[in-house]
Design a protein around this ligand. Structure first.
Ligand SMILES: NC(=O)C1=CN([C@@H]2O[C@H](COP(=O)(O)OP(=O)(O)OC[C@H]3O[C@@H](n4cnc5c(N)ncnc54)[C@H](OP(=O)(O)O)[C@@H]3O)[C@@H](O)[C@H]2O)C=CC1
Ligand SMILES: C[C@H]1O[C@H](OP(=O)(O)OP(=O)(O)OC[C@H]2O[C@@H](n3cnc4c(=O)[nH]c(N)nc43)[C@H](O)[C@@H]2O)[C@@H](O)[C@@H](O)C1=O
Length: 334
């Protein structure tokens, strides 16, 4: 398992601390997920008390969620619990993606207010932006156009969560903030072929093809879409940075500042895994959003930078996969 970055702030560029985490009780909802586990690793180097839900409460249930959070009495909540999946899962199970994510956001945010939580960090996603948003995508592009159809249902739930945080700030004075990370990958990812995102899907597919000696591997879509990929421990570092140094309505993008075609990304994953065969593209599979590069200047202006290079991050993710770190598809659909 890779170590989280200790700090990514250049000397002399540290902005004022708005929240001192020392001695605070921090509840990470979804602490076993890709993002939640990375945030737990990062918070381990802060002098705070980590509290988790050992019982696996279904956060879609309002009363159970309110009971849980009232009992845990956290000062800070990170909402990393969500129904998450790649392009196939999002387009195949729209009801689960909109319902689960609306319910989790609504319940956790309300329970946090009721129990007097001092700060809440809501995890959104770059998929909240319109399909035809300008590139790189500034935060101001939110709600300016139609969404990408392959993840519209999920995006609507994620946008509702952003607006919940803003509404609670307006009406109740709650310090609830939202970050929009780009596509993530890293230790403990979901490697299920149906519900995974492209990094985990391709790591597994190339690994299995190498083991079997397959001459070709199929990559979904045309290979032409562009994506921006961030190693999840960098996102975790940004999340803790935002908790400490950001307090405002609206959203903050978290990206790496450059993107890559899926074709080039697939070749990089093949090289990481040591697969030397050919790639075959399957255009019968959806490409999804043509491009999704975030404008990260808002966070950059505060002094935060990512630190993990894509090839290095992929090597760490593959090492974790080989060491048995892969997670399954998560909670069943109902
Ligand atoms: N992965 C990515 O590329 C990106 C992720 N994000 C955002 O980060 C957040 C976390 O995503 P990620 O870590 O990848 O997702 P994962 O699927 O890896 O983890 C999701 C977590 O949510 C928990 N969970 C799901 N449903 C429920 C429920 N009904 N009640 C309680 N807990 C639940 C899971 O619990 P359990 O472990 O018990 O199953 C799991 O711990 C999401 O908001 C997502 O939008 C944003 C951009 C990119
Ligand atoms: C983070 C973001 O992620 C999701 O959006 P997405 O960026 O389209 O996610 P993806 O990782 O599944 O695909 C990226 C690209 O890669 C191509 N691709 C090739 N081969 C495989 C493949 O084998 N699996 C997958 N999943 N994609 C593949 C695929 O066709 C597409 O062009 C949202 O639904 C939503 O969950 C969200 O928030």
């Amino acid at each position: 398992m890779s170590q989280p970055p200790s700090s990514s702030i250049a000397d002399g560029a540290v902005p004022p601390t708005l929240l001192d985490l020392r001695g605070l009780r921090v509840f990470v909802a979804g602490h076993r997920g890709l993002v939640g586990a990375a945030i737990m690793r990062r918070l381990a180097s802060e002098d705070c008390e980590l509290v988790t839900d050992a019982t696996g409460t279904d956060l879609r249930r309002q009363e159970a969620t309110e009971r849980l959070i009232a009992g845990l009495k956290p000062d800070v909540v990170v909402v990393a619990a969500a129904r998450v999946g790649g392009i196939y899962a999002n387009s195949t199970w729209p009801a689960s993606f909109i319902y689960d994510n609306l319910a989790i956001a609504m319940n956790v945010i309300q329970a946090a207010r009721l129990s007097g939580v001092r700060k809440l960090l809501n995890l959104g996603s770059s998929c909240v932006y319109p399909r035809e948003a300008p590139q790189p995508i500034p935060e101001e592009a939110l709600l300016t156009g139609p969404l990408e159809p392959t993840n519209e249902w999920y995006a609507i739930a994620k946008i509702a969560a952003i607006r919940l945080c803003d509404a609670y700030r307006l009406q109740h004075g709650c310090d609830f903030v939202s970050v929009m990370p780009t596509n993530l990958f890293g230790p403990g990812d979901n490697y299920d072929p149906e519900s995974s995102h492209v990094p985990a899907a391709l790591i597994r597919r190339f690994h299995e093809a190498k083991r079997r000696g397959d001459p070709t591997v199929t990559v979904w879509g045309t290979g032409q879409p562009r994506r921006e990929f961030m190693y999840v421990d960098d996102l975790a570092d940004a999340a803790v940075f935002v908790l400490k140094h950001w307090s405002a309505p609206g959203i903050v993008n978290v990206g790496v500042g450059h993107d890559i075609t899926i074709a080039a990304f697939a070749r990089l994953v093949a090289d990481t895994v040591g697969y030397a065969g050919d790639l075959v593209f399957d255009p019968s599979r959806p490409d999804g959003m043509p491009r999704k590069l975030l404008d990260g200047r808002r966070l950059e202006a505060l002094g935060w930078r990512p630190r993990t290079d894509l090839a290095d991050g992929l090597a760490r993710a593959y090492a974790d996969f080989l060491a048995g770190g892969a997670r399954g598809p998560g909670r069943p659909l109902d």
